[in-house]
Structures are given as structure tokens and as C-alpha cells.
Design a protein around this ligand. Structure first.
Ligand code: GTP
Length: 389
């Protein structure tokens, strides 16, 4: 499936950078082009794989290239004011080659959380291709404002895109490591999952043909129109001489050779992918649709294994809408990606919304109490205010 990537804000730009990096190594052509949008000049300069000619600095007259400091209303405003600059850059892309747009943003900050829904809405208005979102949730200890931004943005972003894939930083941070120190590996993990999913059907340049191709329409039908999605992944190393090209499947936690036959290996991999750590942890029962992609050398991609895995996933989720296919690649790893779409039993989202309501209530109470003391001051006729300095 061919994508145009648009990263908004710092996290959005960095994740797009990681996806382009993955694609350059994989050479599968799933990234047609990539754009980075930001209110902070320094963040754009830090990108390695999105050239200056594909970068858009928005809000220059308002924030002078210094970012919006987690103010997502300002992020939305300045992006809306300068959205014409973003759209004219999109206009330069070979849009006729793409199957969909993917708008990527961290939902805790100001630029991405405010700007991503604005850009998504404009793209949907102009283009007929689906517009998907990739939203990154803040970790729990990043503070109330990040939580509030994320809860608000999640609601708006999900409304503006055809489907929102969610990644939860909190579920992925390593214990004992600061979140910032882990960004590189979180972004690589995300790039690997999305890379395998969106590359399926594009081939790996080796000319191997899938028995059951996962083409763009399978992914589009799984993502459907509306709702949120999560992605699971598992890989296993085969006991055979190393082949370099697809050792990138091995990232994360690849198990050593399991010794099972191809059918059992695939069913157990898909099980691990769906029941292991998802990009956004949730109950998989009740998901509306699912897609299973199994990547690896063609001689171990058992059609029977994929069929069995699909049946298992149908039972686990309770939906009959489970698609599946294989993705032959030259590698000594076999990997399974499970995309679950239309998930609704998501504890983290519920928690986020509850915290956001609480934060908003506190802010309102503070505002009301300062208004009340001002009223007291006025009603008592006491106009004495101590000087601040
Ligand atoms: N996974 C991941 N999360 C990131 C990364 N960089 C920042 N974040 C998260 O993104 C959120 C902050 O959003 P940013 O993208 O930095 O902010 P912004 O959209 O640029 O907005 P402002 O800085 O307020 O102008 C926080 O929850 C961070 O934990 C990254 O490289 N990877």
C-alpha cells in the first residue's frame, strides 16, 4: 500500500523520519513521499530523512519558529492560518500514486495535537484517497496538560480521519529509562510494525509472489471508516544461515527457532502478536475487523497456518471480518503483524478521558474561585490591591 506521510509537530516529524528510514532499508516503496510540518524550526532541523524542501514551518508570524509550548488551541489556530502552505506542498506530491495519506502526531504537545486534525480535515475535503491518522499518546507522568491535550485531540482527530492508529508511549517505555532516551527505539518499533503491514503487497524487490496477496484494498477495508486501531507484532528466527536483508524483521523480541512445523509456527506467532503488547493495549474481544500478515521466506509461509490463525482470531475477537495474507521476503525470520480495527474496550483511553475531565474541572474551579474573590472584592468596595512589586 502506497502512502504519503505527513508528520506534524516534533513526535510526528520524528516518527515519519523513522518510517522513511525503515522504507529506505526495506526498499519496498510503501512511502511515496513525506512532509514534516512544525511551529518549531529547531525540530524541523533535527530531521534526517525529510529534506528541507519537504518541511513546512507554520505560525512563523505568531510564534517566530519557537513552537507553541503545549498550547494545542494555538497549535490548531496557527496550522489553520497557514494550512495553505501545507496543502500546496501536498499538491507537489505525486498523489495519483498513493493509496492513502497517513497524518502522524504526538497528541500530548501543542503543534501535533492541535494541527493534525486541521490538516486531516483539509486533506479529506480535497482528496478522495483515505486519510488515516497515527496518534501517539503521552506517558502518564508527562503531566496534566499533556493528558488534557491528548484527550481533546483524540476526540477531534478520530472524527477527522478515516481511522486512527494509536501508539501509547506509556505502555512502551522501558522501566528505569527516561521516556526521551527511549524515543529512538519506540519509533523504530512503530516503524517496523507499520512497515511490515504497509509493505505487504508491495514485495521486497526479490520478485517472490505471495500466495495470498495483501493488497491495499484489504488494508483499507480493515481500517474501514471511523474508529481506532491497534497493531500487534511477533517474530521468530529460523534455524538457517543468516540472510541480511530482512534481519530488520528481527527487532523487538524475536524468539529463537521454535522447531515447530510451518503451520504451528504461524498460528503460535499470530497468537503472540495479538495477545502480546499491542501499540495500544486493549481487549481484543469486540474488535470490529482484523488483518493478519505473515512475512518471511516463502517456503515457510504455510497457507494452512494463516487460515488457522484467521479462524483463531475470529474466535478471539468475535468478528467474522478477519482478513489475512502472506508477504514473502528473503529473511531468516518469520514475523506476524495483526491489525485490529474498531476496538473500543481501551482502558488507557477511558483513563485519559477521566483524567482530562478532572483536570478541566480543576481548571474551571480555579477560574471560578478567582472570579469569586474578585466579585467579593468588588462587592465589599475594597479596591485596595497590593502592588505586585
Ligand atoms: N513515541 C514518541 N513520542 C514522542 C517523541 N517525541 C515526543 N514524543 C511525545 O510527544 C508528546 C509531545 O509532543 P511533541 O510532538 O513533542 O510536541 P509538538 O506537537 O511539537 O508541540 P509543541 O512542542 O507544544 O509545539 C509527548 O507525549 C512526548 O512523549 C518521539 O520521538 N517518539
Amino acid at each position: 500500500m502506497k502512502l504519503a506521510l505527513i508528520g506534524i509537530g516534533q513526535a510526528g516529524g520524528k516518527v515519519v523520519d523513522a518510517l522513511v528510514d525503515y522504507e529506505r532499508q526495506a526498499k519496498t516503496g510503501f512511502v511515496v513521499d513525506a512532509i514534516a510540518v512544525n511551529t518549531a524550526r529547531a525540530d524541523l532541523r533535527g530531521l534526517r530523512n525529510v529534506p528541507e524542501s519537504r518541511q513546512v514551518l507554520v505560525g512563523l508570524t505568531r510564534v517566530k519558529g519557537h513552537g507553541v509550548g503545549a498550547d494545542n488551541e494555538l497549535g490548531a489556530e496557527v496550522t489553520a492560518e497557514d494550512v495553505g502552505d501545507v496543502l500546496s506542498m501536498v499538491d507537489d506530491l505525486p498523489v495519483h500514486e498513493i493509496d492513502a495519506f497517513l497524518v502522524v502526531a504526538g497528541l500530548g504537545g501543542g503543534t501535533g495535537s492541535g494541527g493534525a486534525p486541521v490538516v486531516a480535515r483539509e486533506l479529506k475535503h480535497i482528496y478522495t484517497e483515505p486519510v488515516y491518522g497515527l496518534g501517539i499518546l503521552p506517558a502518564r507522568d508527562e503531566g496534566g496538560i499533556y493528558t488534557l491535550n491528548a484527550a481533546r485531540s483524540l476526540q477531534t482527530f478520530v472524527r477527522e480521519v478515516d481511522n486512527l492508529i494509536v501508539f501509547d508511549n506509556d505502555a512502551w517505555r522501558k522501566t528505569g529509562e527516561s521516556l526521551e532516551a527511549g524515543y529512538g527505539s519506540l519509533n523504530a518499533e512503530l516503524a517496523r510494525r507499520l512497515g511490515v503491514l504497509f509493505s505487504a503487497g508491495e514485495g521486497d524487490g526479490s520478485g517472490a509472489v505471495a500466495e495470498s496477496v495483501v493488497d491495499a484494498s484489504e488494508i483499507i477495508n480493515t481500517l474501514g471508516s471511523g474508529g481506532i486501531s491497534t497493531i500487534g507484532y511477533a517474530a521468530v528466527e529460523l534455524d538457517r544461515p543468516k540472510r541480511g536483508l530482512f534481519s530488520r524483521l528481527s527487532g523487538g523480541k524475536a524468539d529463537a527457532e521454535d522447531g515447530g512445523d510451518s503451520t504451528n509456527r504461524i498460528t503460535s506467532l499470530v497468537r503472540r502478536a495479538a495477545l502480546g503488547r499491542l501499540t495500544m493495549p486493549c481487549e481484543i474481544a469486540g474488535a470490529e475487523r482484523g488483518l493478519v500478515v505473515v512475512a518471511g521466506p516463502s517456503d515457510v509461509l504455510s497457507r494452512r497456518g494463516i487460515e488457522r490463525a484467521r479462524t483463531w482470531l475470529e474466535d478471539e475477537t468475535g468478528t467474522m471480518e478477519i482478513r489475512g495474507g502472506d508477504y514473502p521476503v528473503g529473511s531468516n525470520f518469520v514475523a506476524a503483524v495483526v491489525l485490529l480495527s474498531g476496538v473500543y474496550d481501551v482502558p488507557r483511553v477511558k483513563e485519559l478521558q477521566a483524567v482530562a475531565i478532572e483536570t478541566q474541572r480543576d481548571m474551571l474551579a480555579k477560574r471560578e474561585s478567582s472570579a469569586a474573590s474578585l466579585d467579593d472584592l468588588i462587592s465589599t468596595g475594597d479596591d485596595h490591591i497590593d502592588p505586585l512589586f
